[in-house]
Design a protein around this ligand. Structure first.
Ligand SMILES: Cc1cc2nc3c(=O)[nH]c(=O)nc-3n(C[C@H](O)[C@H](O)[C@H](O)COP(=O)(O)OP(=O)(O)OC[C@H]3O[C@@H](n4cnc5c(N)ncnc54)[C@H](O)[C@@H]3O)c2cc1C
Length: 412
């Protein structure tokens, strides 16, 4: 646990959401020796352990990894990282394996950590949580509204909580509260919209013992099947589990009105979806879905418009999904969230007496880089859900291997 020695308080900051971006921002600001911000994180979860944090994430060198290094959390990350999980297997609709990195000698650079080591969300949240000053996070504090503090000329804001209480007079309120941010409506009328993709998320637990075939077939990392309007994404987790998304491109109301999945128990839901949507796929792909039914959650995937911007307003900003929610088809969401925190923290530290200036510069920079990744993600969505999606992805991986081999050993 690290905390700075609080000096003169120059600004009172509210962060909504103790997810990756909110916690990292608090950490980065608090680790400066004479930090001058009074930071409160409002988190709706009643406690750190009240909700399963979801699946594994891979951190990219110039985004998530860089942010953790700058936050002084690299050694903690290395203790939990799973570089062996950075392995992909690509299968087409018929079940043919087009490319498989399992068992391949993957060229890695000198640090040995690999390009994109995986870490479980739970581990990442614990690392970040332990790094912030005690009492920074107020658990069980669901924010229902943010509004200008009366008489402040819109420069300060108040935060209203679901329990009817209110915290007043924040110089900066930061929405790090994900898709349905309570800060975003003060900056733009734009809301997330349905991406066209619905997924059945399935979990297989204790796979070495209970699901040895699945464990062997999926391999050490991720196993992806891409095809026209459908995909099956299986990913190994750190605690001996495997998470599978069986995704279909469908209209927004399909899940409730047509799928027939509503109200079915886990195995029945997976069987119905497989029979309806994946019947002509390879047997192994179907088995991946059918074996991952220890827990099953239907989900619609939402996104914000690619390149969304807003006019900067003093005292308010957004980080992570709240700013640029996108589908997971380029695997960049958490990386961008951590990059946002790093950018904003650097600017707040550089301008301790003028958070509004820091926010303006942060937003100008963030709009540019997040648009690039939103475009990549959108292209990923279109590409993966096409008939030649698997062949394209496999080709890209092969070219990546070749390029890395050339870089490490140009004369070979
Ligand atoms: C199915 C799926 C798979 C994904 N896979 C990947 C992947 O492989 N790689 C990757 O990089 N990204 C992935 N992502 C995206 C990634 O999870 C997010 O981009 C990332 O977690 C965003 O971080 P964040 O800090 O913005 O929000 P979050 O980490 O979601 O944190 C938001 C926090 O705000 C809290 N909160 C919400 N509303 C309120 C409120 N009103 N009051 C108080 N607290 C509130 C929430 O409880 C939560 O703790 C995936 C996303 C999905 C949906």
């Amino acid at each position: 646990m690290t905390s700075g020695t609080a000096a003169k308080i120059t600004a009172k900051i509210a962060i909504l959401g103790a997810g990756s971006s909110g916690l990292l921002l608090a950490r980065l600001l608090q680790q400066t020796p004479d930090y001058s911000y009074q930071i409160t994180i409002f988190e709706l979860d009643p406690s750190p352990t009240s909700r399963n944090q979801g699946g594994s994430l891979d951190l990219h060198p110039q985004q998530g990894q860089l942010a953790l290094k700058e936050a002084g959390l690299w050694s903690q990350f290395l203790q939990h990282a799973r570089p062996e999980g950075d392995v992909k297997k690509i299968v087409d609709g018929k079940g043919d394996v087009l490319f498989d990195e399992n068992g391949m000698q993957k060229p890695v650079e000198a640090d040995g950590i690999g390009e994109r080591p995986e870490i479980d969300r739970e581990a990442l949240r614990s690392i970040l949580l332990e790094s912030v000053a005690p009492s920074t996070v107020r658990w069980g504090s669901k924010v229902v509204a943010v509004s200008p503090t009366p008489g402040s000329g819109d420069k300060k804001h108040d935060v209203a909580l679901a329990d009817g209480t209110e915290e007043i007079g924040f110089d900066l309120v930061i929405g790090a509260d994900g898709a349905w941010s309570k800060v975003r409506p003060l900056l733009t009328d734009v809301k997330p919209y349905y991406s066209g993709i619905t997924a059945l998320e399935g979990w297989a637990e204790d796979v070495y013992k209970k699901h040895p075939w699945l464990s062997e077939y999926v391999g050490a990392g991720s196993c992806y099947m891409f095809d026209e309007n459908r995909a099956v994404l299986a990913q190994r987790q750190g605690h001996g589990g495997i998470r599978v998304y069986a995704c279909v491109r469908k209209p927004e109301e399909w899940l409730e009105r047509e799928s027939g999945l509503d109200g079915l128990e886990e195995k029945a839901a997976a069987t119905k979806l497989t029979d309806q949507e994946f019947a002509d796929c390879g047997d192994n792909t179907k088995r991946v879905v059918l074996e991952s039914t220890d827990k099953v959650i239907p989900r619609k995937l939402w996104m914000l418009p690619v390149g969304m911007q807003w006019n900067t307003r003093p005292g308010l900003t957004l980080l992570g999904d709240a700013a640029h929610l996108m589908t997971p088809f380029a695997g960049v969401g958490v990386n961008l969230a951590l990059q946002d925190s790093l950018e904003l923290a650097r600017l707040l530290i550089a301008h301790p007496d003028d958070p509004s200036l820091a926010v303006r510069h942060y937003e100008q920079t963030m709009f540019v880089y997040s648009k690039k990744f939103a475009e990549k993600t959108y292209a990923g969505l279109q590409g993966h859900f096409s008939g030649d999606g698997a062949a394209h992805f496999a080709g890209r991986l092969k070219r990546g291997h070749e390029a890395m081999r050339m870089k490490l050993d140009p004369v070979a």
